[in-house]
Design a protein around this ligand. Structure first.
Ligand SMILES: [Zn+2]
Length: 122
């Protein structure tokens, strides 16, 4: 298959809004029971009948999960997560360790300063 270079991508505001409002969990129904599923899981085991249910369609036309998958794939590159983290925290001082930074936590313990309770939550 030969791919042509696209001069510009058609990215609609609808797509951007769909990404912004993408739910953290999705619900599927099996055996009359609603099951909460992580949105990118492909299968879920029904707690009622034990069946393995496919919860992603992988249809021929693109779906929004494909956009996320592409971004996750991009984020697997070395340094990509650091680049993304910088973009996500524009107001933070760049020298601050991330909350999940083990070495930073070690330093905070050693100096007796406490990390903020939960800086990510509003
Ligand atoms: Zn079931």
């Amino acid at each position: 298959m030969e791919l042509k270079n696209q001069p510009s991508l058609d990215i609609s505001e609808d797509l951007l809004e769909a990404i912004r409002s993408f739910p953290i969990t999705r619900e599927v129904e099996h055996c009359g029971v609603r099951i909460a599923v992580a949105p990118f899981d492909i299968y879920v085991d029904c707690p009622q009948c034990g069946a393995r249910v496919k919860v992603r369609s992988f249809s021929a036309h693109g779906e929004i999960e494909d956009v996320f998958d592409a971004v996750f794939e991009w984020m697997n590159q070395p340094s990509a997560q650091e680049v993304a983290r910088r973009r996500q925290m524009p107001s933070r001082r760049t020298g601050d360790p991330a909350p999940d930074d083990a070495q930073g936590a070690e330093t905070r313990r050693a100096t007796g300063t406490r990390p903020p309770a939960n800086p990510e939550l509003p």
